[in-house]
Design a protein around this ligand. Sequence first.
Ligand SMILES: *Cc1c(COP(=O)(O)O)cnc(C)c1O
Length: 414
Amino acid sequence: MSERVTNSVDFYQGNNPQDLIRQYGSPLYVYNERVFREKCKTMKTLCPYSGFRVNYAIKANSNLTLMAIALEEGLKADVSSAGEIVAALAAGYKADDLFFIANNISEDEMKFAIDKNVILSVDSLSQLETYGRINRGGKIAVRFNTGIGGGHHEKVVTGGDDTKFGILTAYVPEVKALLSKYELQLVGINHHIGSQFAQELYIDGVVTLLNIAREFDTLEFVDFGGGFYIPYHKQDGEKAFDLKPVGKSLAEHMQKFSAQYGKELVCMIEPGRFIAAECGVLLGTVHAVKKLGAVNYAGTDMGFSVFARPTLYDSHHDVEVYRDGEITGAEVLVNIVGNQCESGDYIANKRLLPPLKERDVLGVLDTGAYGFSMSSQYNHRQRPAEVLIRVDGSVKLIRRRETYEEMLVNMQGL
Ligand SMILES: *Cc1c(COP(=O)(O)O)cnc(C)c1O
């Protein structure tokens, strides 16, 4: 077997995955603080432009401890709902640190953000009109759809006509009309082209958004979105992209733009997955093995209520096997599935692994982003606990597993 990806980065720092499961239960999200901090630093130093600001997209992982660490590392936050505003404030962020990228929100949710002094971006003329009506004279940002989109799956491409996001560039005159009708100050414009896009596309997006920025003279910031690529196929030797050229190009475009605009605008980006994905491994346990015809199955406790990305996007995640005894036998193809009542409930299909046994512990890699945050209570299964391996190697419980009783408290019997 090839060297474990987790060994190559000393992910467990001396902790044994089976012991973690014994102590905290299965399944379990395990995060590594050192890896998380490294990712924050990489982003923080990406772009040599004085007004550069990194907003961590907390929808990727909004555990209070991780959010607080990102804040310590100098990151601000991108929030996508009123609930995320509450969570970010609880983690220690100030209203000024937050940018709310809203999509089809109610008037109440808008009012909530306004009351908390959090700047929000609207992504339709209809929402701009609503905002103007309830907050005449206020500050607002607008999300544009520049027609540039890209990503790892059609469900995460967020630019172009076939997505629901943003105001098309052709509507700049209508945006201006609404701004003046309600005496609004447009303080920022933003876009987000998708997740796991090609690097060149990002810079195309920067150029296009800056061209729109020239149409408005009241701006304080431009925000180019997140979606930075992470290598999900590390077992096949996939390496991370060198992001430095993107950062350098971004700085050059911003400097040139600022000189023409006559003012240094703040330049924001919104990485979510890049910050959080690689600091996380989801541990789960094999409870059943079987063969249906020629297909081997390993049945685990990692259903899509615990980890939804494979079911939702057919995402690939590398899987490692941990066993107290020796791991032996010629590798076979196996489908690793969950315990829920849907045939789409799977973690990994057709993986070459040594024959699996009951009680084997599996590690699903790069699950720190869109793992716990997309988990649910489907089938009345508890969402897992989360633990953090501190920089010194000690383990801290940062979310305990919920109880069955807690899952009932908001309901009323007949
Ligand atoms: C989801 C999202 C992000 C973060 O995307 P990642 O792929 O996790 O970097 C950033 N901005 C917006 C508007 C988003 O919807």
